[in-house]
Design a protein around this ligand. Structure first.
Ligand code: FAD
Length: 549
């Protein structure tokens, strides 16, 4: 079982943040900040991390949810990026084999689109070679017939052949949370709903953050020797507190995904295909749904309110119906999400052409900012940042080198992926008598790893588990989230702890009232507060399902 990381201990954590001095303060609880906190804490630094909203509120819960080498970066000749993130895939899979799961990707090749057959074959060979992919997992080129057999939904016209290559899929918010919880096990002090509003500056150097607890309104300071700004799309805003917005700046692009029922788009496996405008789009099966993404358009709106527009959804529906035999319309879209890529601005380049490489920006006040990069490469980014922090501030201190490639993430006590499969089969056997299907076993193990046993134990203690197992399971997950995953509201639970708002929105609609009442009991909310939280959830869900111009 994981150590408690409970919202009920929030006051204690706040008091530690207020009173202690830290070697490092990390601003931002997305995958980048989480990775930095884990790396620094495991090397022996004292670390605080604060997140203004929920952990993974930003881009880290709104990606394509792939741990991938980025085939299209090969097209942009970004060999270094492909090598680094490509090699990291197997490492992150090893650190959390329940959560980072192998997924074969089909790349259909069509007349007049994509690269030619030979060029794709060579490209994928280089991709595998750069990433050090195991022999049995390397790309396989397919004939036209083999491609169409693999994916009968493909529109036949123009298909020349295809390729199958290895990637991994994950849940980005759960991966971020797993890194956050692991950092807590290594002594880092991490808290959500604490916003940095300014920096303390002494003799021209930043020596702390002025913060506000978003739940109580209390303001205080967190003192630290080094400060890292890992706020993704908000990096420039946080740099501005330090008057450090000189030189490089961000260019934000929006990426949208839509979710449709699996039976409306029953793809056999993940597919990566060309949209009519030449961009590449994924269609990825997940549980009872298939999700499709992404768009890539410049964005200058509110970073806290990013949702799909009607034009985004129509673009994706057109792209998918041109490639696959299906008749999807707006009514089929059950849910959606939209995220912002924090890319580094380059004069004259279009959104899609901007580099996805990470970039470290140092200010004369000592503030270190990091932006760009990939979910997949979080560990190497963290290593680079912490190396820099140590070189700048703690060179005289005896600290270990980075060893996060050996630190298993919370929920993983598996020796191999095979063990995950055996564990899942046993869990499935355990929950079958209550009417659960194999999707639920997959969901529980991918989300929680070995913590799933604890959740099923909680489920068995729920009084109504025999009469309404689906609700009882949700209540068990809720209790686990309160006790061990520091949720503060319904959105944290339904969006970032369970992913149900994206992948099973009907279940959210069915049980939101009961779950709101249970959470109100656990957190001692008044009826008024419960109703306000429910209205807030409803407002949020409607933004995932109703698409305005
Ligand atoms: P974020 O996740 O945005 O985290 C920054 C955090 O800082 C936020 O939670 C925010 O609330 C917090 N914050 C902001 N201001 C403050 C403040 N003042 N005080 C405290 N906290 C603050 N990568 C992959 O590897 N695979 C993919 O499949 C993939 N798909 C993608 C698809 C899309 C559409 C997009 C947009 C990106 C994708 N990426 C993918 C890239 C990847 O998701 C991002 O690189 C990564 O999530 C960025 O994480 P981050 O921690 O830097 O930023």
């Amino acid at each position: 079982m994981a150590d408690p990381f409970s919202v009920l201990d929030r006051k204690k954590v706040l008091s530690r943040l207020r009173s202690d001095h830290y070697d490092l303060l990390v601003v931002g609880g997305g995958i980048t900040g989480a990775g930095i906190a884990l790396d620094a804490a495991s090397r022996g630094l004292t670390v605080a991390l604060v997140e203004k909203s929920d952990f993974a509120f930003g881009t880290s819960s709104r990606s394509t949810k792939l741990i991938h080498g980025g085939l299209r970066y090969l097209k942009q000749l970004e060999f270094g990026l492909v090598k680094e993130v490509g090699s990291e895939r197997a490492v992150v899979h090893r650190l959390a084999p329940h959560l980072v799961v192998p997924e074969k990707m089909l790349l259909p090749l069509s007349e007049g689109k994509s690269l030619g057959y030979m060029l794709t074959s060579v490209g994928l060979m280089i991709y595998d070679w750069l990433a050090g992919v195991r022999k049995d997992d390397r790309r396989k080129m397919l004939t036209r017939l083999q491609t169409l057999r693999r994916e009968p939904l493909l529109r036949k016209q123009g298909i020349k052949g295809g390729a199958i290559y290895a990637e991994y899929r994950t849940d980005d918010a759960r991966l971020t949370l797993a890194v956050i919880k692991t950092a807590a096990h290594h002594g880092a002090v991490l808290l959500n709903y604490v916003r940095v509003t300014d920096f303390i500056n002494q003799n021209g150097q930043v020596t702390g953050g002025v913060v506000v607890d978003e739940l109580s309104g209390e303001q205080f300071a967190i003192k630290a020797t080094a400060i890292v700004n890992a706020t993704g799309p908000w990096v420039d805003e946080v740099r501005s507190f330090d008057n450090a917005n000189r030189g490089k700046r961000l260019h934000l692009t929006k990426g949208v995904h839509i979710v449709v029922p699996r039976e409306r788009l029953p793809v056999n496996q993940a597919i990566y295909f060309d949209a009519p405008d030449g961009r590449m789009i994924f269609a990825i099966p997940r549980g009872r749904t298939t999700y499709i993404g992404t768009t890539d358009t410049s964005y200058t709106g509110n970073r806290d309110e990013v949702f799909a527009s009607r034009a985004d959804v129509e673009y994706l529906l057109t792209a998918v119906t041109k490639t696959l035999q299906c008749s999807l319309s707006l009514h089929d879209v059950e849910s959606s999400w939209a995220g912002l890529r924090p890319l580094i601005y380059e004069e004259g380049k279009t959104a899609s052409a901007l580099s996805r490489k990470d970039e470290i920006i140092e200010s004369s006040t000592g503030l270190i900012s990091i932006a760009g990069g990939k979910l997949t490469g979080y560990r190497k980014m963290a290593e680079r940042v912490v190396d820099l922090v140590i070189r700048k501030f703690f060179v005289a201190r005896k600290l270990s080198d980075c060893f996060t490639d050996k630190i298993k993430l919370a929920g993983n006590e598996f020796a191999s992926f095979r063990e995950v499969q055996v564990y899942r089969a046993a869990l499935f056997k355990r929950i079958t008598p209550f009417g659960f299907d194999s999707f639920t076993a997959h969901y529980l193990v991918e989300n929680y790893g070995q913590q799933a046993d604890y959740i099923v134990n909680l489920f068995c203690r729920e009084p109504d588990h025999e009469y309404n197992p689906s609700l009882a399971l949700l209540k068990a997950e809720l209790l686990f989230s309160v006790q061990h995953e520091i949720i503060a509201n319904l959105e944290d639970f339904f969006v970032r702890r369970t992913g149900l708002a994206y992948f099973d929105i009907h279940r959210v609609q069915s049980f939101k009232n009961e779950i709101a009442s249970s959470l109100a009991d656990m957190l001692a909310w008044s009826d008024e507060k419960r109703d306000t939280e429910l209205r807030r959830l409803d407002g949020f869900l409607s933004r995932l399902t109703v698409f305005n111009e």
